[in-house]
Design a protein around this ligand. Structure first.
Ligand SMILES: [Zn+2]
Length: 328
């Protein structure tokens, strides 16, 4: 029997939720339409749950990789194949676009459980980063709950490589901490090639990651808009680049804001596993598509039940204090 990854219980930390109800309103980065969200406290073990309250009946969508329905320039979740018309699936039901920046802020603020009511098809873009959400969580308060926090602990590498052989890959290796090593490769004089290697935790997320804004290239805008994307993108919620420079008057928040935003996205996408991860993530040129592929792989492992080959093996896991979801 080979063990790949396990769910382990962290003894020192408690799960958290928001202390108060929070309200955000704004334009969606891709839909270009106004939407609003209300974030409410949720009980321990319930995780992050989205509800499309503007639909009748409303649609409940758990924040998990299995519900990812689109990864085209953003991560959207919805209930896939939930509805059927003449035996053909109409999907996805209750789609919510661009959840990744909010998910990243929830991770950064240490919020394990929350109920997010959504009025619209997309999470408001705010300033294009995770900062506004994160600051609001801290200002309004974060409450500890009466249950221990669980982590995904990576025991053996999990790797996903792009099938097209373009050097895009993502892998998670064992580590005591949550580390991200990201390699970026853009053909642009400002964004260009670069890498970032960071151990991310609740202490450095705000300063190092949360303020990095999403970015787009002016040359792509027309094509994107024709395809119904970036319709709400503006200098207020994104860094916009022409051939050589950034058009935003205030300039960059970090010298390497682009790669920091890729890390911000990755954190948000990985949090769709439903857990915090103890592991070292090596991401090469990945976007939401590859990010969600590795989370799906992690989720597959999580759903694979541990079958001990004998009593001794079973006892070994119990004495080691592991929660019994192990993968062969
Ligand atoms: Zn993003």
């Amino acid at each position: 029997m080979e063990t790949y990854a396990i769910l382990t219980e962290e003894q020192r930390e408690f799960q958290c939720t928001v202390s108060n109800v929070l309200y955000f309103k704004g334009v969606g980065l891709h839909t270009g339409r106004e939407s609003s969200i209300i974030i409410k406290p949720a009980k321990e073990g319930s995780g992050i749950t989205f509800i499309r309250k503007d639909l009748n009946p409303c649609v409940i969508i758990k924040a998990k990789a299995d519900n990812v329905c689109s990864t085209m320039l953003r991560t959207s979740i919805g209930l896939k194949n939930a509805g059927k018309v003449e035996n053909k699936a109409v999907s996805p039901l209750g789609c919510i676009s661009t959840v990744e920046h909010l998910m990243s802020a929830l991770w950064g603020a240490g919020i394990d459980n929350a109920l997010i009511e959504v009025y619209g098809e997309e999470i408001p873009a705010m300033d294009g980063s995770a900062r506004v959400f994160y600051e609001s969580f801290y200002e309004s308060g974060i409450k500890e709950l009466n249950a221990k926090r669980k982590y995904i602990e990576i025991l053996k590498p999990i790797v996903v490589e792009s099938e097209t052989g373009n050097g895009v890959s993502i892998a998670v290796y064992p580590s005591e901490d949550f580390e991200i090593a990201y390699d970026m490769d853009f053909n642009h004089p400002l964004v260009k090639t670069g890498s970032m290697d960071i151990k991310v935790d609740k202490f450095n997320f705000y300063e190092e990651i949360s303020k990095a804004r999403t970015f787009g290239f002016l040359k792509d805008v027309e094509y994107l808009k024709k395809n119904g994307l970036a319709l709400g993108g503006s200098l207020d919620n994104a860094l916009v680049l022409d051939e050589t420079s950034v058009l935003n008057k205030e300039g960059l928040r970090y010298k390497d804001e682009f790669i920091r935003h890729k890390v911000l996205d990755l954190i948000g996408d990985l949090y769709l596993s439903g857990y915090r991860i103890k592991g070292r993530v090596l991401a090469k040129k990945t976007g939401h598509d590859m990010n969600s592929k590795i989370v799906k792989k992690i989720e597959e492992y999580l759903n694979f039940k541990f079958i001990a080959k004998d009593k001794k093996e079973e006892n070994d896991f119990i004495t080691a204090g592991k929660v019994a979801t192990v993968f062969a």
